[in-house]
Design a protein around this ligand. Structure first.
Ligand SMILES: [Mg+2]
Length: 150
């Protein structure tokens, strides 16, 4: 039986922080207080180091059934589309029908969740929460080792 493995996007695969800090609208109201509502900001994010190759390995693994489990800002409706298009750009067909967008990750069934933050229900996920960026799992290499992929 394959294990169901969910992977968060921002801060795990996609580098939202760098895009936010370098965006020309970053310091202009209302985006200074709500940078996640900057139009189009989720469309051109750079990948987190090592994430694309690591996730491709997982997507093609016989041991894991992978989904992308992310939260898109309610007040930035284009972000919902941008996340879908970004995944296709990075992973092509491998990402087909694999995206779950929700504010309640704790309601989603699964064995493992890789997420950098406890927010939106991640800390109450029913399976095992692997916190990306923590001392134990600082990068993708450490996660692949933990999942026995390297
Ligand atoms: Mg995140």
């Amino acid at each position: 039986m394959k294990k169901i493995l969910h992977i968060d996007l921002d801060g795990v695969i996609a580098d939202f922080i760098t895009a936010m800090n370098s965006h020309p609208l970053r310091k202009i109201s209302p985006y200074d207080e709500h940078p996640d509502t900057i139009p189009g900001i989720f469309r051109n994010l750079k990948p987190i180091l090592g994430s694309i190759d690591a996730v491709k390995l997982l997507l093609q693994s016989d041991n894991y059934e992978v989904y992308f489990l992310s939260t898109a800002p309610w007040n930035n409706s284009s972000a919902w589309t941008d996340k879908r298009l970004w995944l296709e750009e990075q992973f092509g067909e491998l990402a087909n029908r694999k995206l779950i967008l929700t504010h309640r990750k704790d309601l989603i069934k699964g064995d493992i969740l890789i997420d950098d933050r406890p927010n939106n229900g991640a800390k109450d996920f029913e399976g095992n929460w692997i916190q990306f960026g923590s001392e134990e799992f600082p990068d993708w290499e450490s996660i692949l080792k933990h999942l026995h992929l390297v």
